[in-house]
Design a protein around this ligand. Structure first.
Ligand SMILES: C[S@@+](CC[C@H](N)C(=O)[O-])C[C@H]1O[C@@H](n2cnc3c(N)ncnc32)[C@H](O)[C@@H]1O
Length: 225
């Protein structure tokens, strides 16, 4: 089944009110593993969360690391509205797809995404956008489902048949190939079994070095990282 931005937005608009309560335990664990993988940043560092949903990761980042310049994007207006209620004016939120981010090249010190990529209609394009908006000195952290244990394989197969907002959960090897193919290099890739059903993978890394990065004066863009 082929996902589309409109179908994903419709699906999450419909579940936004219930989302935090329904997924409380999952959210607590997935946010924790994502946050643990992310190095602390200096005040003023620019952080983007792609597919930020109701803002669980952004809220945890704010609590851990004061003074960050936080931005969240999502395709669901209702999920963003919940995030705005929770985070107030201290975070910039905008409605945009991962595959077409409304930011200049090399804007962010950190780009994060949690439990969103398995929906993306074009994950390679979304990851290439992640690489594009990351500063050469920046880091990414990507958390998503891992399709390597039978409960996850069964669930992925079922959702691919029945849920038009679900695209595909990936194995470690599949996700690593996409990430590197999109112009990112991987520093770490870890597995987290957060309960009997959910297995998550967390990747961290940076933009793969281009010829332009090698010749650019690093001091020009490394003001926060
Ligand atoms: C399972 S929720 C995760 C939300 C949040 N990251 C968290 O950890 O709670 C997936 C979110 O990704 C968003 N999403 C899915 N596909 C997207 C895309 N292509 N671009 C931007 N957001 C997307 C959905 O609207 C939804 O809010």
């Amino acid at each position: 089944m082929r996902t589309s931005q409109a179908t994903i937005a419709q699906s999450y608009d419909a579940q936004a009110i219930e989302y935090d309560r329904r997924w409380a335990q999952y959210l607590r664990r997935s946010t924790q593993v994502t946050l643990t993988a992310l190095p602390r940043q200096a005040p003023g560092a620019r952080v983007l969360d792609i597919g930020c949903g109701t803002g669980a990761l952004l809220a945890a980042l704010l609590e851990r690391n004061a003074g960050l310049a936080l931005t969240g994007v999502d395709v669901s207006a209702a999920m963003l509205a919940r995030a705005a209620d929770r985070l107030g004016a201290q975070v910039t939120l905008c409605r945009a797809p991962a595959e077409q981010l409304p930011f200049e090249d090399a804007t962010f010190d950190v780009v994060a995404s949690a439990s969103s990529l398995h929906h993306w209609p074009d994950p390679m394009r979304g990851l290439a956008e992640m690489a594009r908006v990351l500063k050469p000195s920046g880091v990414f952290v990507l958390t998503d489902w891992c399709r390597e244990i039978w409960p996850m394989r069964l669930m992925d197969g079922y959702l691919r048949l029945r849920d038009p907002a679900h695209h595909r959960a990936l194995t470690r090897r599949e996700l690593a190939a996409l990430v590197t193919g999109a112009g990112l290099s991987i520093d770490s890739q870890t597995l987290h079994r957060i309960d009997w059903l959910w297995q998550l993978q967390v990747l961290t890394g940076r933009r793969a070095k281009s010829d332009a990065d090698q010749t650019r004066n690093p001091g020009q863009e490394d003001d926060h990282a």
